[in-house]
Design a protein around this ligand. Structure first.
Ligand SMILES: *Cc1c(COP(=O)(O)O)cnc(C)c1O
Length: 391
């Protein structure tokens, strides 16, 4: 191994760069999770986390990756054989649908092109046909991390309401929470699923369910077997700041610090920062003469940008050159997009100069590996940032 001077650029769309403040906050002895010091920590984070989801309701925290919180959302609210309407936005929506099948639910998967978000009109049409209300939940990925497409959750909510359908709305915000505007209560979401290692700037290992009253009521009747994920086991001890089993204490120290940082910056400013970096990245891509994977302007993701490689060129070869020469990791194309796209993560602890460095790494990498492109992407991004600051 050779030493790489300077910081590695971890520009995959999760896990993201963990800020020093969060790293320092975790570097403390683990404490008794049944004692009074832990109780104060538990009470602080379980209360402060609500603001990030924009909810007044309970938020459950699991010592698990985001996949665990996906499972928790399904098994707490549904019963074996229940129909669930899901939308094929990309790789992550597909995995969630496969999980629903394995659990014994009956997902109905609306086909998508992996370049657009969940279509509210199609969801409305299916729900309007379902006069017996056999569909018990609609499950949508807010920000599809495999494609860089953000679905319009408020419009999905409106579609469910227009159909007059009582289905629960379950939303995966693993790569959008604390990066892209999101409103658990105002958008009438029943369960919001999130993870620690993306917008929340933490290492992997925590995940979340924000729970509406309607979802809580559904959980009392839901018959899917559950034990580790059971909300009621969590909510009892949570009311006093405790957990039913050993929590990931040191990650919770980190979470407390991350929540303080988000509060200091202000969520509106956090969202504006992500919007600014995403817009500048798209300017770079246009200047390079490359194509964005996302087809629709009102669905551009502010946490990552997926870029299509010119025909006949391998995205993974480009990513290798960039890693080797510039010590930067970019996101790979997943499943059917393998080799065809690379993904630039611009979420979490990230600023204008990190973006400039990231895009410079991409542009130099393309020059080195012979990817057909026009120079000038970094300049276009800089102009976009200057304009954003000036206005
Ligand atoms: C990262 C991600 C997941 C998977 O989360 P893990 O923490 O890897 O289990 C699921 N959905 C989306 C949208 C993601 O970005």
């Amino acid at each position: 191994m050779t030493y790489h001077a300077g910081r590695h650029f971890l520009q995959i769309p999760g896990p993201t760069n963990v800020p020093d403040r969060v790293l320092r906050a975790m570097d403390y002895p683990t404490i008794d999770h049944r004692g009074p010091t832990f109780q104060r920590l538990g009470e602080e984070i379980l209360s402060a986390i609500k603001a990030v989801f924009r909810t007044e309701g309970p938020v459950v925290i699991y010592p698990a990756s985001g996949t665990g919180a996906w499972e928790a959302a399904l098994v707490n609210t549904l019963s074996p054989g229940d129909r669930v309407l899901m939308f094929e936005t990309g790789h992550f929506a597909t995995l969630w649908q496969q999980m629903a099948e394995r659990i014994g639910l009956r997902p109905e998967f609306l086909e998508g092109d992996w370049r657009s978000g969940a279509d509210p009109e199609r969801i409305e049409a299916v729900l309007a046909e379902d006069r017996e209300h056999a569909i018990k939940a609609v499950a949508v990925v807010h920000n599809e991390t495999s494609t860089g497409v953000t679905s319009r959750i408020a419009d999905v909510r409106a579609a469910i309401d227009r159909a007059g359908h009582p289905a629960l709305l379950l939303v995966d915000t693993i790569s959008s929470l604390a990066s892209i505007r999101y409103e658990h209560d105002a958008w009438g979401v029943d369960v919001t699923v999130a993870g620690s290692q993306k917008g929340l700037m933490l290492p992997p290992g925590l995940s979340f369910n924000a729970i509406s009253e309607k979802a809580l009521a559904a959980s009392r009747k839901a018959r899917c077997p559950r034990s580790y994920w059971a909300w009621d086991d969590m909510l009892g001890p949570n009311a006093k700041g405790f957990f039913p089993y050993t929590p990931a204490t040191n990650l919770l120290y980190g979470l407390r610090e991350a929540l303080r940082m988000l509060e200091e910056e202000g969520l509106d400013n956090v969202f504006a920062r992500h919007d600014r970096h995403a817009a500048a990245t798209r300017e770079a891509v246009r200047a390079w003469g490359l194509e964005l994977l996302c087809r629709n302007e009102d669905e551009f993701s502010s946490s990552l940008t997926a870029v299509m490689m010119p025909e006949g060129h391998d995205a993974d070869a480009l990513r290798r050159v960039i890693l080797e020469h510039f010590d930067m990791s970019l996101g790979a194309g997943l499943s059917k997009l393998a080799g065809r796209v690379f993904r630039i993560g611009h979420l979490g602890d990230f600023n204008d100069l990190t973006l400039a460095g990231t895009l410079a790494g991409v542009e130099m990498g393309m020059a080195l590996n012979g990817t057909p492109h026009r120079a000038g992407g970094v300049n276009a991004a800089m102009a976009s940032l200057v304009q954003a600051h000036g206005s």
